[in-house]
Design a binder for this molecule. Structure first.
Ligand code: KG4
Ligand code: ZN
Length: 352
């Protein structure tokens, strides 16, 4: 029963967790930075990196203490090596490399998105694989085919903005605050999702791709009017703002549900897993649930604690990879940006 310390610092959460046997989460400490970035309406990379640096050591110490585990009891250290903000990633990667070196532990590199894909398995009663995985967050909107945890294939992704990013930008346009998802969801409660006819089609680039910059622009034009004659939302009533929020949310969710279901049908899998911060969205959850019921598919919604960025999913994924013989050397470097491997290779994968 491997005991794995997971470390995550790819975006704006500093997190460490101890997971035994891939599923038994003994501790999961997440230090979020929402308060630091809120007044800028988005994540400021330099501020995120500095906060990681201050927090990483106490967060790791707390995860070990809460689990009642010392370094001597660990079997490996798993760390997110990408994708993400490079200045943030480097903090976690450096911490993991130092600890692995000092304590003589194997270092396991974990792809952040693959960890989101497999996070539903931490709490699922039965194995959800094979499944189509929808990862929908502030930085990513992607569909994967997960045949098993060692065979993950990217089917499609957003060609521009991520769904969470669209929520955040539209919330800024509507002057509702940050992060955008929860405030749009709240504002939409009193609105009519059919009031405004925003584009609901996915892009033509691929059957499982997504695109949200057009939707965001459509909201911008709708709110500011032709020729952008208004500079704010002051001319809209509370009811009109609720209608825009509800119509936007419905237009964003529709292609997510349609294309996720289409991917399951195309690949003949019986289950769908959903992870990432936007999986908190009530409309997305409800629409996916009814679509899956109609199609006879099993839906595994990742519990919220493992949807937003967390190190438990990194340690759990690290367990899978550890067993498969995946190791990184001390030359491991963070992979910044949004790029990722299109396919996980089976078996040993040694970083230079
Ligand atoms: O996964 P996450 O915590 O961070 C990363 O992007 O990795 O996701 C954060 C995103 C934000 O864009 C936020 O607006 C969105 O998740 N979000 C939601 C909801 N709660 C959070 N979006 C829609 N509805 C929600 N209830
Ligand atoms: Zn994430």
């Amino acid at each position: 029963m491997p005991v794995v310390l997971g470390i995550e610092s790819s975006c704006d959460e500093t997190s460490a967790a101890v997971v035994v046997d891939g599923r038994d989460v003994r501790s999961s400490i997440v230090s979020a930075q929402v308060d630091l970035h809120a007044r800028y309406g988005g994540i400021v990379p330099e501020i995120a990196a500095r906060a990681h640096l201050e927090r990483i050591q106490p967060v790791i110490a707390e995860a070990l203490a809460e689990a009642g585990v010392g370094f001597a009891e660990l079997d490996a250290i798993a760390v997110t090596d990408g994708p993400g903000l490079v200045g943030s990633l480097v903090v976690g990667v450096m911490a993991a490399k130092s600890l692995a070196l000092v304590h003589g532990l194997p270092l396991v590199p974990v792809d952040h998105l693959e960890a989101h894909c497999t996070s539903a398995a931490i709490t699922a009663e039965a194995s959800p694989w094979p499944a189509v995985a929808l990862v929908v967050s502030g930085g990513h909107t992607s569909l994967y085919l997960v045949r098993d945890p060692l065979a993950i294939e990217l089917l499609g992704q957003t060609i521009d903005d991520a769904a969470g990013e669209a929520f955040d930008k539209v919330a800024a346009i509507l002057e509702l605050g940050y992060p955008g998802g929860p405030v749009i969801q709240k504002a939409a409660e009193g609105g009519d999702p059919r009031a405004v006819d925003f584009p609901r089609k996915g892009p033509r680039s691929g059957p499982f791709d997504f695109s949200y910059s057009g939707l965001k622009t459509a909201v911008l034009y709708h709110v500011y009017g032709a020729g952008q004659k208004y500079g704010s939302v002051a001319h809209l009533s509370a009811r009109q703002i609720a209608d825009v929020a509800a119509s936007f949310q419905a237009a964003l969710v529709a292609p997510l549900v349609r294309r996720t279901l289409a991917a399951a049908e195309r690949h003949g899998v019986g289950s769908i897993v959903v992870g990432g911060g936007v999986a908190a969205n009530a409309l997305l959850r409800a629409d996916l649930a009814s679509a899956c019921e109609r199609a006879g598919l099993t839906l595994h919604l990742t519990p919220m604690a493992y949807c937003t960025d967390n190190a438990a999913m990194i340690a759990s994924r690290g367990d899978d990879l550890l067993r498969a013989g995946v190791r990184a050397g001390l030359t491991l470097e963070p992979r910044g940006g949004l790029v990722r491997r299109r396919k996980t290779r089976r078996g040993r994968e040694t970083h230079p």
